[in-house]
Structures are given as structure tokens and as C-alpha cells.
Design a protein around this ligand. Sequence first.
Ligand SMILES: [Zn+2]
Ligand SMILES: [Zn+2]
Length: 159
Amino acid sequence: MAETRATCKRCQATMTLQSVDPVCGQHGVLKVTLLQLPALVCPNMHMRFAVPDFPALLLERLAGEDMTKVPAGEKRGLLFKHYHCGACGSKLGSGEAREDTFDFDIALKDLSPFRVELTLPLYQCPACGKEQIRSLPELRKLVAPAMAHAFEAAGLHPR
Ligand SMILES: [Zn+2]
Ligand SMILES: [Zn+2]
């Protein structure tokens, strides 16, 4: 269960559960934006996660079912890595990418729902025209550090 009130460990004021907006971070090509993020906030704007394992729960949720909705190519090759279209298998060019944002509406435990936006470059397949990210495993590796930067920048702490 999420606490709705707590005592701030830094200034002893009462923290209440609020929706914080926006919380942003970046790692590599990935930008993460969290909107209406539920967090415990005191009147002096000290912040704490709504539940201690919030980042772990969020990552688990995002990296699981949610991220598979992002159209993705496939990385092949051991020494010389290249990317192939997830739809038709043609080789993806290393040329121009267009940045796009994918939204995920997430509700964790009994907290109010919030939105996660992932902004990243999409590459168009020269053969079938499908736009996609290069590789889902590569994206998964960027999510945790991008999220950590976002929480750090917002001053969000586990306790
Ligand atoms: Zn405080
Ligand atoms: Zn294709």
C-alpha cells in the first residue's frame, strides 16, 4: 500500500501524496519524461518515491509488456553489427533518423495513474518504409539510466 502522508526526513514537515510534473532525464539517444508522477512532497519541495520500490516496479512494467509495443528492428552480426527491419528483414540504413515519442499510461499498485514518454530516434526501412527503433534490447539498456537521471534531476529519493 502507498502511504498518503509521511514525515519529511530532511525538514520534518508533513509530506503528502501529489502528482509531480514533469520529471525528465536522458541517457544516450533516449529521453524519458514522466507526467503526473505520484510522489510524496513536503511544503519545502523535498520529494520521496510514493513507494520505496517505485523505480523497480516502474522499470519492470515498462521494460516488460509496454516496450514491446515500440516497433523495433533487429541487431545482427557479432563483429560488424548491423540492423535489420523488424517487418521485412531488409538491412536498415545508418542514415537519417526522425525523433518520435511513445506514450505509456501506467498505474502502479494503488497509486494514481501517470504517463511515461519515451522519445527516441526512428529509422525508416528503405525497402518497406516501416519506421522503427534499431533494437529493443538496446532501448531496454538505456531506460534504467535515463530514468535514474530523471529522478536525480527532480530530487526524488527513496526515503
Ligand atoms: Zn522537507
Ligand atoms: Zn522493412
